[in-house]
Design a protein around this ligand. Structure first.
Ligand code: BGC
Length: 727
């Protein structure tokens, strides 16, 4: 097989027979020139993948695959390379299995907690460089399903509960990936907010609510980045599967937002040929159940117009040209491991949220003689998120003997980044002892003898499952309570992919939310505990007081006939045919995340946008100037004694006649400040962020009236307020 067929082709040059290689033409012009030369078989070969064991039948064509989740064959005759797709949510997936290495970054939610688009750009650029080094030219990351249901097992893979935050952050990740010449992909479009029964569930939601929440995140993400691909999701939305949902794909994504890229189905989320094609699905993964021979027959019999197929192909080709994967194909090379470590650590430091500090933190190494480190395998590693996002741990799962315990679907993996070792390194003179935390009384006895106790606590989550509760499992609440009772100087470090409940919150001196912090998580945590890094992250999700406070106190689970099982032979056939639907009603509508707690007057444990620092900040001088964009200006001062970075947040309350939840995030800025320094901040708020979706007229509308702008350091600490009349 030629290099070109393997997608390993080197740079292409324009020749008289391949005028589309002229890089001065636009991606659309280039795609049109290729399309004119293509046979129907060649066109169809671009509309589907080549199978995946267990998920759909394997095709003979899969031989050129690089080992990723998706592979689209090359057309060497025309100089079109293969598309080699890999999952890459917080790093490149399955590197270990493929004999390679990839950097495990902090999870996507931790990335969002930085509220820093520059950090998100670094995140995407690292992933893209490593994808290319491994021979991939398309990324399957970019998850931004809004956290409507925080017990969703994929919450760690997404970017929180606010559409502006998630949209801006994923936009930066996608821009970075595409600048590195990798096709970017935003997923899962749309409303795939729980894993239970994901192939069957029918989400019922009104148009206005979806446009202003979950869909708005995608709208902003696509607009910010011109992402080349959007992955449609497994679930149904208002009756139709997302991957054959005309409203979602054609009316909204392609027509209203002007999306020029292609829609790829989630793996086995295609359920038809003619219906899906007409609705706007461009590409079936992982196999060719509906978009291979069946598509050819449908074209030949006139059930699918050739123009539709041409549009699908054009979108794929133009995306390949636009992302640069034809002009600059990836070359396999070694991953820069050290640089990856540095970036992973910096991002973990920027994503770790200090939730509570009664003065215990930062720890003063010179005053400590003994520390008890307890729980969560913190002697050897830190937890990671599972499923198709899972990055392989170098050397295997840290809780197993070296080389053992490679990644297994459904089993947690701890990365080899040891909190115990990194804490010891900070206090060489002190006695730092470890207790596994399995026996709370033994752990409390050790804690009693120490100056400080640091309890690591965890909640594992993964694609394919949901949490029963946000409560920490395995009696960890009991462990923390006992340790805190034995030692008032107790700090809790959380490794969770979702918010956690904390019945012990009032009894501990400090709490850090480290999420799943990646391959350098322990270094980052130690740097924050000992004050070498001043924390600056803020929560991208609300931490509620109890499961009962959530919009849906329990997750609606599918009836047995609407599920498939791993051991089921030919489960893919049942999924493809469409499992019987069960219903979820998103009656909370617009009230997602903090909007729910605000509207329902429910007190929370820690609000959206909240996070502490080792310094303090003051806000003053709010001015609001209406105009095409509303200009919100104010001053932020560092009123403490340490340099830091404050995420200054702007919210707006719409006029009562808009019928909206009490407030929404409309902008923010991360401001770096030395002690005593202050800076003027100006935030431009565009009309979209202040508008409502008018279903009757099918457009966004700015409701005339009085808007209140509120500024401060969290969604519940907004000391500045100013109203403006907008017309
Ligand atoms: C997941 C996607 C993933 C795909 C390929 C699906 O099960 O939902 O997020 O990209 O598999 O691995």
């Amino acid at each position: 097989m030629s290099l070109a067929a393997l997608g390993q082709s080197s740079k292409k040059e324009e020749t008289p027979s391949q005028p589309w290689m002229n890089t001065s033409l636009s991606p659309d012009e280039r795609a049109s020139l290729v399309l004119k030369q293509m046979t129907l078989d060649e066109k169809i070969s671009m509309l589907h993948g080549t199978g995946m064991v267990g998920l759909s039948p394997m095709s003979k064509l899969a031989t050129g695959s690089n080992g990723g989740a998706g592979y689209v064959v090359a057309i060497p005759r025309l100089g079109i390379p293969a598309i080699q797709m890999s999952d890459a949510a917080y790093g490149v997936r399955q590197s270990g299995v493929n004999g390679r290495y990839s950097t495990a970054l902090p999870d996507d939610l931790a990335g969002a907690a930085s509220w820093d688009p520059d950090a998100a750009y670094d995140y995407g650029a690292l992933i893209a460089r490593e994808l290319r080094a491994q021979g991939y030219n398309m990324s399957l990351g970019g998850g931004i399903n809004l956290t409507r249901e925080p017990r969703d097992g994929r919450t760690f893979e997404y970017m929180g509960e606010d559409p502006l935050l998630a949209g801006k952050m994923v936009g930066a990740v996608m821009r970075a990936e595409q600048a590195e010449h990798v096709i970017g992909d935003i997923k899962h479009y749309a409303l795939n907010d729980q894993e239970s029964g994901r192939n069957a569930v029918n989400v019922n939601i009104d148009k206005r609510s979806m446009r202003e929440s979950d869909l708005l995140a995608f709208q902003i993400g696509v607009r910010e980045s011109n992402a080349a691909a959007v992955m449609c999701s497994y679930n149904r939305v208002n009756g139709d599967y997302a991957c054959e949902n005309k409203y979602l794909l054609d009316d909204v994504l392609k027509k209203d937002w002007g999306f020029k890229g292609f829609v790829v189905s989630d793996w086995q989320a295609t359920h038809s040929t003619a219906k899906a094609s007409a609705a706007g699905l461009d590409h079936e993964e992982p196999g060719e159940i509906f978009y291979g021979d069946a598509m050819k027959k449908a074209v030949e019999s006139g059930k699918v117009p050739l123009a539709e197929v041409d549009d699908h192909v054009h979108r794929i080709l133009r995306s390949m040209f636009a992302a640069g994967v034809i002009d600059d194909p990836p070359q396999k090379s070694a991953v820069d491991v050290e640089r990856g470590f540095e970036i992973a650590q910096k991002l973990a430091e920027q994503g770790t949220v200090l939730l509570k500090n009664d003065g215990l933190l930062p720890l003063d190494a010179s005053k400590l003689n003994s520390i008890a480190v307890i729980g969560a395998h913190s002697d050897v590693g830190m937890l990671s998120g599972g499923g198709s996002a899972q990055v392989d741990a170098p050397g295997g799962n840290a809780i197993m003997p070296p080389g053992k315990g490679h990644t297994v679907w459904g089993e947690p993996v701890w990365f080899p980044t040891s909190p115990l070792k990194n804490i010891r390194a900070k206090v060489p003179g002190a006695q730092v002892q470890y207790d596994p935390g399995t026996d709370p009384s033994a752990a409390a006895a050790l804690a009693k003898t120490a100056d400080v106790a640091i309890v690591f606590a965890q909640q594992w989550e993964s694609e394919g499952m949901d949490l029963d509760s946000l409560a920490l499992p395995d009696h960890q609440d009991d462990l923390i309570a006992k340790v805190a009772a034995a030692n008032p100087h107790t700090i809790v470090v959380l490794e969770t992919g979702s918010p956690a409940l904390m019945p012990w919150v009032d009894h501990v001196g400090g709490i850090l939310e480290a999420w799943y912090p990646g391959i350098r998580g322990a270094q980052a945590v130690a740097n924050i505990l000992f004050g070498e890094v001043n924390p600056s992250a803020k929560l991208p999700v609300t931490f509620p007081k109890s499961d009962a406070d959530l919009p849906h106190p329990t997750i609606v689970k599918p009836p047995p006939q609407s599920t498939t099982h791993h051991h089921e032979v030919d489960a893919w056939k049942r999924i493809a045919a469409g499992l019987p639907p069960f219903q979820i009603y998103y009656d909370e509508g617009l009230k997602v995340g903090y909007k729910w707690y605000d509207a329902e007057n429910k007190p929370v444990l820690f609000p959206f946008g909240y996070g502490l620092s080792y310094t303090t900040y003051g806000y003053s001088g709010l001015k609001v100037v209406p105009g095409k964009n509303v200009l919100v200006s104010f001053k932020v001062a560092n009123t403490g004694s340490r340099a830091g970075a404050e995420i200054a947040e702007v919210y707006a309350a719409l006029p009562a006649s808009a019928g909206e939840p009490p407030k929404r995030l409309v902008g923010w800025s991360k401001v770096k400040l030395n002690p005593g320094e202050s800076k003027d901040v100006v935030i431009e708020v565009e009309p979209l962020y202040l508008s409502i979706f008018d279903v009757a007229h099918d457009h966004w509308q700015l409701v005339p009236g009085d808007y209140t702008f509120m500024v401060g350091g969290s969604s519940q600490s907004l000391s500045l307020k100013e109203s403006a009349n907008l017309k």
